[in-house]
Design a protein around this ligand. Structure first.
Ligand SMILES: C[S@@+](CC[C@H](N)C(=O)[O-])C[C@H]1O[C@@H](n2cnc3c(N)ncnc32)[C@H](O)[C@@H]1O
Length: 246
């Protein structure tokens, strides 16, 4: 079965990559939730739930979900923490729309608002949120330091910065299996269920080109996030990084 591929993220410019990311997420919106749950064997749900349980609200009772997609992190946060409100930002409008529809169906539209916007220039003032999180978004953003600095700017001092992201595990027992899964099985399964199977080659490529957990945690510290902790999930194929705004 032939599947056209997007070029590797290593070979294209930042602008080309951003254009590609926008195209990918605009074309897979309708199938995004289903494929996420199916291809991760519903682990993505457990990973977001783990993140939400680590959230601590202490002043503004507001959560910001950067690169919110269809909004699951915000929805989970509002279900777990009954007295907070959440705002989500994503630059792909169909994702934002899908998130707002989902929040409405769950009776959460008075507490959640998803808007179109760019992670690199968040439309909020300084110190607005107790917790600012990003689930599976940072891998898609070439200017990672700028995105983290924006997250820091809008977070209240002492508030949390959370990043949930997939990584390519180096464990030699799992490495080969994970490589085959990412590069062969995943795009084939995606081909059956989605019009844009090439998007899932991009997924594999972007995961394999993401820094190791230690490298990424160091990068967070260097960008100004303090007390960074790494929580490896499901053999480390995903990690939750939790730090603080000093
Ligand atoms: C893999 S999805 C993750 C969605 C959601 N957070 C989740 O947990 O399923 C990545 C999202 O990041 C968004 N995104 C990528 N770069 C962005 C940017 N610079 N600003 C805003 N959203 C961005 C994409 O549009 C896409 O919806």
């Amino acid at each position: 079965m032939k599947i056209d591929k997007y070029p590797s993220v290593k070979t294209i410019s930042e602008d080309e990559r951003v254009g590609m990311v926008k195209e990918i997420f605009s074309t897979i919106t309708g199938k995004y939730d289903f494929l996420n749950h199916f291809l991760s064997l519903r682990r993505d749900i457990a990973w977001r739930r783990f993140a939400v349980k680590k959230m601590v609200f202490f002043r503004t009772n507001r959560f910001l979900d950067v690169a919110c997609g269809t909004g699951d992190l915000s929805i989970n946060a509002c279900l777990e923490h009954r007295d907070i409100s959440a705002t989500g930002v994503d630059f792909v409008y169909p994702m934002v729309q899908a998130g707002n529809n989902k929040a409405e169906k769950k009776g959460l539209s008075s507490r959640i608002n998803f808007i179109q916007g760019n992670a690199l220039s968040l439309p909020f003032g300084e110190n607005t949120f107790d917790v600012t999180g990003m689930a599976f978004g940072i891998r898609n953003i070439p200017r990672k330091a700028e995105a983290l600095k924006e997250m820091l700017r809008v977070t209240a001092p002492g508030g949390q910065i959370m990043i949930l992201e997939m990584t390519f595990i180096e464990n030699r027992f799992f490495k080969l299996f994970y490589y085959i899964y990412l590069n062969y099985l995943l795009p084939l399964m995606a081909k059956v269920f989605s019009k844009n199977a090439a998007a899932y080659y991009y997924l594999a490529d972007s995961i394999m080109n993401f820094p190791s957990p230690e490298e990424f945690a160091t990068f967070m510290r260097e960008t100004g996030v303090s007390e960074v902790k790494i929580y490896p999930l499901t053999f480390g194929i995903t990690c939750l990084y939790v730090g603080k705004k000093p």
